[in-house]
Design a protein. Sequence first.
Lengths: 116, 114
Amino acid sequence: AQKITQTQPGMFVQEKEAVTLDCTYDTSDPSYGLFWYKQPSSGEMIFLIYQGSYDQQNATEGRYSLNFQKARKSANLVISASQLGDSAMYFCAMREEKGGSEKLVFGKGTKLTVNP
Amino acid sequence: DGGITQSPKYLFRKEGQNVTLSCEQNLNHDAMYWYRQDPGQGLRLIYYSQIVNDFQKGDIAEGYSVSREKKESFPLTVTSAQKNPTAFYLCASSSYRADTGELFFGEGSRLTVL
């Protein structure tokens, strides 16, 4: 079963508008971390934002915020005031711990296109 | 500047040949990872290492091998046993001392089998 689900293969948004990228996760661990990464066409992975499972408040980093709904196991990324440079692939990931080792499990991503 | 260096950026190989992708980091991170990315897909974990001289298989380790003889280096060998090796390979590292433990990534190596 998928541990990270991103149901939107592609999203379109007008420049200067806000957009929400969906992410749901599956875990039975009480302690976990959720991440969002951006991957431009050049291929590098850029860390955007992190939410810990015990964090009381939603994480924010500049124009990025994470809408964390623990009971629903969702961690949606909200990008406000979209810019043309936001066009990229966006990946949701969850830190998983097993046998004393930690690793990140990624979703399949959402391709965001910002239109002028 | 601290970071992760992957080389080569582009690599072509003939079927039946082994190839080694280099990954070096100067961030003093303990953990290092190799991911594979196919078009339109997410990242899938090949191998990871939490400490020198130790590593674990990820979800798709078959046909790959790694070593971790130095903290800074985590090379990945794509062997001839890998059935479909054409892909984009990303190396990453992380520190246990960081608050979030996010992964820092290299720029990737694109392998094409001819």
